[in-house]
Design a protein around this ligand. Structure first.
Ligand SMILES: [Zn+2]
Ligand SMILES: [Zn+2]
Length: 297
């Protein structure tokens, strides 16, 4: 069953008609603790993976991060997101594919110590016997291994926050300030882009945008997936918390420590300091090359 983000508390496009051409649709996945099967759309759940395809492993070297020695012969990737096309309205799947699978290596890579994502597009019907999803590799940092969650996909409308062009921000700033003075609503946190794990729309950056270019054609890639540590940060729950989850904050100025955790931190992720992993793709080049970025607050 889907979750329902409340209607915007103000008429965003009426107040800021300049944003209309920048409107985008995203699919919030709303992961919540669950016991998904390999057939289900999920976050951190088992995957519909063909028995005759090897499970992907990461061949990079890994630091011992204090959770036990990392495997020496390659680390099994862990499932991050599996989504059927019917659960991702508006997301452009490749021709003939109806299942998106994103995995990552949960160890630290590169100068920013990020998990390394990989993207697979499948035809679900073409998967015969299913390979059992292996456990997370020994020594993997638990903060980077999503706990199994059922998803409750919901399509929402977004406007750019950190991706707002600077000249447009300057043009709107006075109206943003007036809105905040009148209503307490901050455009960037309460009205722009949805927080949490989502497909499409604008990346849920916690720092300034870094859009990768495609190595083949040089064009800026498209945003495919944001994996945020939390379903909402700060007080963005005021406008982005689904109606079905209101009970975790109702009657309070802010959720008490721990009280909102089943909603805010259902997947048990802590990527850096409550940051996110952003997955991009080039839809013009054959095979849809993938790019990624990682940031934290
Ligand atoms: Zn790795
Ligand atoms: Zn390209």
């Amino acid at each position: 069953m889907t979750r329902h983000t409340p209607p915007r508390p103000v008429d965003v496009e009426g107040l800021f008609p300049e944003l209309v051409p920048l409107r985008r649709e995203a699919v919030r996945l709303h992961p919540r603790a669950g016991d998904p099967s390999f057939r289900d759309s999920s976050v951190g759940g088992p995957l519909l993976w063909p028995a005759d395809a090897p499970w992907p492993v990461c061949a990079e070297e890994h630091e011992d991060m204090g959770y036990g020695a990392p495997p020496e012969d390659g680390a099994s990737l862990v499932p991050v997101v599996q989504v059927h096309r019917e659960d991702a309205p508006g997301v452009p799947f490749p021709e003939g594919r109806d299942l998106l699978q994103v995995l990552w290596c949960p160890f630290e890579h590169g100068e920013f110590a990020y998990p390394l994502p990989r993207v697979y597009w499948r035809a679900a019907d073409a998967v015969g016997p299913v390979r059992a999803t292996p456990p997370a590799p020994s020594g993997a940092p638990p903060d980077s291994v999503p706990d199994p969650c059922a998803v409750h996909p919901e399509r929402v409308t977004e406007y750019p926050g950190r991706d707002l062009p600077p000249e447009l921000f300057r043009a709107l700033r006075e109206r943003f300030d007036r809105l905040e003075a009148d209503t307490g609503l901050e455009y960037e946190y309460h009205l722009a882009e949805a927080p949490g794990i989502k497909l499409g729309g604008y990346p849920g950056w916690t720092q300034d945008p870094v859009w990768p270019d495609c190595a083949s054609c040089g064009q800026r890639m498209e945003h495919l997936l944001t994996v945020a540590s939390w379903e909402y940060g700060g007080d963005s729950w005021r406008t982005w918390l689904p109606a079905e989850d209101r009970a975790v904050v109702d009657g309070e100025e802010a959720p008490r420590p721990g009280r909102g955790r089943p909603v805010r931190e259902a997947a048990g992720l802590m990527l850096g300091d409550a940051g996110g992993v952003y997955v991009f793709e080039c839809r013009s080049c054959p095979g849809r090359p993938v790019g990624h970025w990682f940031d934290c607050s």
